[in-house]
Design a protein around this ligand. Structure first.
Ligand code: PCA
Length: 206
């Protein structure tokens, strides 16, 4: 059977959960659209995130790779179009690294396009009554770092036939329930809805 590697980031920025990791765990072991889903947990640490996903690819030899991260404040599921060659961290990563305007890969191309069927994935999610859109920026933090680094790795390894990309997701309702006042008034999406969205996005893969 074909294998789909799904990665979810660990909690960061003071949160006790990361919806990305919850989605990855929720999909682990399922068979969807002829793919066996294998989930891995990724540290929110510059370069270590990338090493973890590269090691998983070498170990599992997946046929497709979907990486997931939390985009706190975004109201919908956003499928990223592009990874850019810059690390410009507003908050330090989980190891205290805070690069300002440093490349992900020195001498690497400016950007790589995600190779997932991004438009079809968004259309599939919306057809389920779940909000989704294409995003043209994964930011300049660890998520973009991972997306760019993953696409650079696959390109330089001659593995561009493996569709790969990144999906940002909203906070979980639980993350707002522990906050108060204006801080709690931020968009969320339930785990059930997120999992339904991911099943239909995986259905968009060839
Ligand atoms: N979101 C962060 C890094 C880890 C995560 O889940 C980001 O958007 O860069």
């Amino acid at each position: 059977m074909k294998k789909l590697l799904i990665t979810g980031f660990q909690p960061f920025d003071g949160e006790s959960v990361n919806p990305a990791l919850e989605v990855a765990k929720g999909l682990q072991g399922k068979t969807i659209n002829g793919y066996e889903v294998i989930a891995r947990e990724i540290p929110v640490v510059r370069f270590e995130a990338l090493k973890a996903v590269q090691a998983a690819i070498e170990e599992l030899q997946p046929n497709a790779v979907i990486t997931i991260g939390q985009a706190g404040g975004r109201p919908d599921i956003t499928v990223e179009r592009v990874g850019i060659n810059i690390d410009d961290f507003r908050i330090p990563d989980n190891k205290g690294n805070q690069p300002i305007d440093e490349p992900v890969v020195t001498g690497g191309p400016v950007a790589y396009w995600a190779t997932l069927p991004i438009k079809k994935m968004v259309a599939n999610v919306k057809a389920q009554g779940i909000p989704a859109s294409v995003s043209n920026s994964a930011g300049t933090y660890v998520c973009n770092h991972l997306l760019y680094g993953l696409l650079h790795y696959l390109t330089t390894q001659g593995k561009t036939a493996i569709p790969a990309g990144f999906i940002h997701i909203p906070y979980l309702p639980e993350q707002m329930a522990v906050r108060s006042g204006k801080d709690a008034q931020v968009a969320t999406m339930s785990l059930d809805t997120l999992l339904k969205g991911f099943e239909t996005m995986i259905a968009a893969l060839d």
